[in-house]
Design a protein around this ligand. Structure first.
Ligand SMILES: NC(=O)c1ccc[n+]([C@@H]2O[C@H](COP(=O)([O-])OP(=O)(O)OC[C@H]3O[C@@H](n4cnc5c(N)ncnc54)[C@H](OP(=O)(O)O)[C@@H]3O)[C@@H](O)[C@H]2O)c1
Length: 314
């Protein structure tokens, strides 16, 4: 990497923005995404909008059997019809699923008609303005980004294994770089609620979960990746971070640019040979930029314990 590239990456802004994507794209390996995925079953949560929609479309364009896991029927149906019209792919299905609702997740996984799952993308994300609690009594960002994905992944373990390599992808966020893993007051009952911090803490948890699951399944036919998309212009950014959006909208990535590394991790042959890393623009990246965010083994054990206890999935 040149000194200029290193300086631009260190600036964060000129790395996470669209100039960062275009600069990083100059090092992409040509042909990595010239692959067909015919018959590969790909599950994408939150596939009706933004990065999830762009991911589902790109996988469908390569022939994959894409399952759009959406919580709103009308929005999911609209996305499915648009993808079918654009790609000509007929092996698409809308699966209604609220990933933050654990009972629904369990029922969904148990009844899934596909005998194998090649790719599971945990893309669904939320940044609530105020503390919300799900029917399971969990704070909403934790339920959506951590508990639901954990329960879904474990419930699909055998199906992922049948695809060997099954690929699990957590769509995290660069915001997690600001946070140290902490399971202290995970339900925000002892602090004033701060949605941005809750979001970033649970995005940190996703990165650690990817490492822990990768360790658990190393050599067993399932690889687990975390990635972050940089800053992309999506409905979530406009509605949840309106000031940030107004300031940055001219430099934001397209949803397709934000989704590029998700698609690469799902489809590229090279990504099937790696596991347990954090990716950004098709390159593995450090999981910490600050010494103060480094967790210790006890924090990691606490995350596993909390996931098992709160979801009932050991
Ligand atoms: N855009 C960025 O710059 C950026 C940066 C860092 C990380 N990310 C991550 O990228 C992912 C996608 O975000 P986006 O920017 O593309 O936002 P988006 O356009 O708002 O998409 C979020 C998707 O998640 C779905 N969703 C939320 N809660 C759900 C639930 N409980 N069950 C099922 N689906 C649910 C939403 O469904 P509804 O339409 O029904 O709300 C929507 O389809 C998120 O995980 C986000 O944290 C984005």
């Amino acid at each position: 990497m040149s000194l200029l590239d290193a300086a631009l990456d260190a600036s964060i802004v000129f790395s996470f923005d669209r100039t960062g994507f275009r600069r990083h794209a100059r090092s992409f390996v040509p042909g990595d995404l010239d692959v067909r995925l015919d018959g590969a079953v790909c599950l994408v949560t939150g596939a009706n909008s933004g990065i999830g929609l762009a991911t589902a479309r790109a996988l469908a364009a390569r022939g994959a059997a894409v399952r759009l896991l959406c919580r709103r029927e009308a929005a999911g149906r609209e996305a499915l019809e648009a993808i079918a019209a654009e790609t000509g792919n007929r092996d698409l299905r809308l699966d209604l699923l609220d990933v933050s609702d654990l009972a629904t997740v369990r029922r969904y996984a148990a009844a899934l008609p596909d005998p194998r799952v090649d790719v599971l993308v945990h893309n669904a994300g939320v940044l609530p303005a105020a503390r919300e609690v799900t029917p399971d009594g969990l704070e909403r960002t934790f339920a959506t980004h951590v508990a639901g994905p954990w329960a879904l992944t474990l419930a699909l373990e055998e199906r992922l294994r049948r695809a060997a390599p099954g690929r699990v992808i957590f769509v995290s966020s660069g915001g997690m770089y600001t946070q140290r893993l902490s399971l202290d007051d995970v339900d925000w009952s002892r602090r004033p609620y701060d949605g941005v911090t809750a979001y970033a803490q649970t995005k940190r948890m996703q990165v650690v979960l990817a490492e822990l699951l990768a360790e658990r399944w190393r050599g067993q036919g399932i690889v687990v990746h975390a990635m972050h998309p940089g800053w992309a212009d999506t409905p979530a950014v406009r509605s949840s971070l309106p000031r940030f959006w107004r300031l940055t909208r001219r430099i934001l990535r397209t949803p397709e640019e934000g989704a590029d590394t998700v698609v690469w991790l799902a489809a590229a042959r090279a990504a099937a040979e790696r596991t347990g890393e954090l990716w950004f623009d098709r390159r593995p990246r450090p999981t910490h930029l600050l010494r103060r965010t480094r967790e210790d083994p006890a924090d990691r054990a606490a995350l596993l314990e909390a996931c098992a206890r709160l979801t009932g999935a050991p």
